[in-house]
Design a protein around this ligand. Sequence first.
Ligand SMILES: Nc1ncnc2c1ncn2[C@@H]1O[C@H](COP(=O)(O)OP(=O)(O)OP(=O)(O)O)[C@@H](O)[C@H]1O
Ligand SMILES: [Mg+2]
Length: 260
Amino acid sequence: MSVDILEIKGLTKRFGGLAAVNDVSFSVREGGISGLIGPNGAGKTTIFNLITGVYKVTSGEVAFAGKRIENLEPYKIADLGVTRTFQNIRLFKNLSVFDNVLTACHMSAKYTIPEAILRLPRFRREEKLLADKARGLLEIMGLADRMDVQANNLPYGLQRRLEIVRALALDPKLLLLDEPAAGMNPDETEQLMRLIMDIRDRFTLSVLVIEHHMDLVMGICEHIVVLNFGQKLAEGTPDEVSVDPKVMEAYLGSSGGTAC
Ligand SMILES: Nc1ncnc2c1ncn2[C@@H]1O[C@H](COP(=O)(O)OP(=O)(O)OP(=O)(O)O)[C@@H](O)[C@H]1O
Ligand SMILES: [Mg+2]
């Protein structure tokens, strides 16, 4: 029997007079890859900000693994196992690829500040474990040969990949990806699709992905939620939503192009 890891009910977020998200309900199946799509300004990123506690909800519920999390502090939500990447890449641009991942790994460090200052054995043991973890993640994600490169100097597609590695360093159970293929060429997008499926299997996690590249969404998502003007327009399998007249109308009416 399938279990839902994320359940969103009647979620609403108002900014002044604008309902950026309006009474939206949907679920993400444990171990699944779900897609959140819709034209620009539909409310997709706002939903990520509500799930991760960046924004307080106006009304509605967000339950993760059966526990209500709406309005918890962002770090508590991350501790429970919900991590994300950002639409606009957020890396420490002047640090190396390795240090970018190591700083993320440090979020789970167990030693105390005095132990760190005095460089006590527990600190040194833990530091080695964290460095091993960072190296292991970079190997799995195909960035091991770029460990010493400054993040700024990575090609754009690899910067996006590094963001995913940083999110994985927090040991998520649910990974939220906000337009991971933005700015990627078709080859990079294809590689990213395989990578996301590989991550899901290898780390046994669930994924909710926002994306405008329809090839990616249709290729890897088993369930898709379509938003328009803050409201849920449709949901279902890729086959179901792609022939839904309401969805087609929303996209034809938007400035879309290859975007959804
Ligand atoms: N902090 C904020 N204050 C005021 N309005 C906001 C805020 N954040 C988002 N909005 C508005 O909410 C609406 C939804 O924005 P959101 O960023 O969630 O859209 P999106 O679906 O992610 O779009 P895109 O595909 O362009 O990234 C937009 O009209 C946006 O201007
Ligand atoms: Mg967005």
